[in-house]
Ligand binder design. Sequence first.
Ligand SMILES: C[S@@+](CC[C@H](N)C(=O)[O-])C[C@H]1O[C@@H](n2cnc3c(N)ncnc32)[C@H](O)[C@@H]1O
Length: 392
Amino acid sequence: MPSLATPRPLLRAIKNQVGKVRASLRSQGEALEELFQLFTSDRRHLKRFSYMNDPRLRLAYLRYHLPLNTVRSMCVLKDLLERYPAIAETEWITDIGAGPGSSTIASLLTLAPDRTRRYLLTDQSRSALRVAREIFGDCAPPEKDGIKASITTVQQKLPLLPRFQGPTLVWMSMVINEFDHPERRGIDIKGLFSRLAEKLPAGSTVVIIEPGLRQQGRRLLALHDALLESQRWQVLAPCTHQKTCPLLEESNRPWCHFHFRWQPGDLVKQVAVPLGLVYGKGSMSYLVIQPAKKSGLPGNQDPELARVIGDPMEVRRTDAGIYLCQDGKRRVFRDPPEGTTRGALLKRGRQNRDARLVAPWPGGSPEAKHPRRPRKGRRPPPQTPPEKSEAD
Ligand SMILES: C[S@@+](CC[C@H](N)C(=O)[O-])C[C@H]1O[C@@H](n2cnc3c(N)ncnc32)[C@H](O)[C@@H]1O
C-alpha cells in the first residue's frame, strides 16, 4: 500500500530551525498543544492573533504542521499530475497564505528540476516568510546548467492578491478556513475568487486544500458550487465533472475528503507521540480549479470517469461496495476492482456493471475497511450502508 514520507531535505531543514531555538522538547510539545487549541476550540482568536509571529508557536508549526501540510500538498499534486501532466511544465508557482512554505516545498520536491521555476510566496506574517525563505534555501537543489528555483516573498494580507506574470500554479493550503471562517464578517470569498479569475493568466491552476473535517469540507463544497455558478471557473479535481456537488443535497451531511498514509519521520514523532497525536495518517478536503478561459488543459467532464469518495464497505445483499461520484451523482458501486480505495479514479460505462481502475490514489488508504467475506453457505447480515464511513 503506498504511503507518503516527509521528504528528507525538509526534515533536515526543520532540524536546522529547531537548532536555532532554545526550547526543551517538553515546552515544544506544550506549544504544539496550544496551537491545536487555537486551530480547534479557540478559533475565534485566529482573527486577531498571528501565531506565525510567535516564535514558540511557529516552531511547533514547523515540527508538525509543516511536514503534514507538505505531504498533503504532495498527495494532491501527484494525483493532479496523473490526469494533467502539463501542469508539471509550469514556470510560475504562487503560494498564497504560504506560512513556512508547505506547498512550495511540496512543489519544489515533486516537480522535476528540469526547468527554471519561480516561486512567489505571500502571507500576512513576515516572520513566517523569513522562515520559508530559509527552509527553501535548505531544500532547493543547486543551480545546474542555468536551471534554478528562485523564491520571492511578499508580505500581503488577503483579500489583496499578488501579480501574476504567466500561467501559474497557485496554492491556497489551509488558509481559506482562517480567512473565511464563520465568525469573520464582511469577508467576500466569492468576490476574492472573481478577482483571482480575472487576474490569472489563461492556463493557470488553483489548488485549495482544507482540513478533512465536516465543517470546513462542506464549506469547500459550497464554494465549489458557487464557483461553478459564477461561470468564471472550471473544476479539475477531485470531481470528474462540471456539475453541482451531489453531497450538498444529502441529509446526513457528508463531505468530500480523502486520506493518506504518512511516514512523518522521527523529528515529528518526537513531539507527536507524547501528545498522542495521529502521525501515521492524514486527511484533507481539496479542490482544484482553473479560470474558465481558453487553457491548455483538456476539459474535465468524462461521464465515464468516476472518483471514489468513500471507503470500501459492506452493503446489503452483496459483500463489497464503494461510493463513487460520477457525472454529478453519488452512487454505490458494487464489487469494485482490486486495489480500489477512496480517492482512486475508475472508468465505468453507464450501462456497465464493471469498472476499471484508471489511477490509484497516491496516498494509499489508511482508513480502508476490508469488507468481510461471508462464510460459505451463509448470507451476510444486512448492513446499513454507507454514511458511517463518511463521518470520520
Ligand atoms: C494554517 S497556516 C497554512 C500555511 C501553509 N499554507 C500550510 O499549508 O502549511 C495559515 C496561513 O495563512 C496565513 N493567513 C491567515 N489569514 C491571512 C490573511 N488574511 N492574509 C494573508 N495570510 C493569512 C497565516 O499567517 C498562516 O501563515
